[in-house]
Design a protein around this ligand. Structure first.
Ligand code: FES
Length: 144
């Protein structure tokens, strides 16, 4: 059983990337974890179906902050389809692993990101295969 925070997680917790809000964001997503009540907001800028900027604010634990930090780094410059394909496993793996009890914290980040893209899709009338069946208000499993 993995109960330790590694150096990558500690770095992204102590020096989180992309913290803040984006003025005139093209999409905003917010999600509160049903597991612990922690919350994350994600702001995105989109140009030609590509994420040109992403920021987040997390009211939550260190793993949620580290997950949001690395996930926003991962998504910048990627197409929306590529970002929607990012899994929680990938976020955890980029972090070099999370303690088992903290894997749900990466779900918080991923759901908020998807919610921001959902918001963008709603505003622009666009559809994305990766959003099929997605409900920003529904809770999400952590096994993807
Ligand atoms: Fe709540 Fe980590 S314990 S997101």
């Amino acid at each position: 059983m993995n109960n330790m925070y590694n150096e990558i997680v500690m770095d992204h917790f102590m020096n989180p990337r992309n913290v803040g809000e984006i003025e005139n964001a093209d999409g905003i997503g917010m999600y509160g974890s049903p597991v612990c009540g922690d919350m994350t907001s994600v702001y995105i800028k989109v140009d030609n179906d590509r994420i040109t900027d992403a920021k987040f604010k997390t009211f939550g634990c260190g793993s949620a902050i580290a997950s949001s930090s690395i996930a926003t780094e991962l998504m910048k410059g990627k197409t929306i389809d590529e970002v929607l394909a990012i899994t929680t496993k990938q976020i955890v793996s980029e972090l070099g692993g999370l303690p088992d009890a903290k894997v749900h914290c990466s779900v918080l980040a991923r759901h908020a990101i998807k919610s921001a893209i959902y918001d963008y899709a709603q505003k622009t009338g666009k559809t994305y295969a990766g959003l099929a069946g997605f409900n920003p208000d529904a809770d999400e499993d952590d096994d993807e």
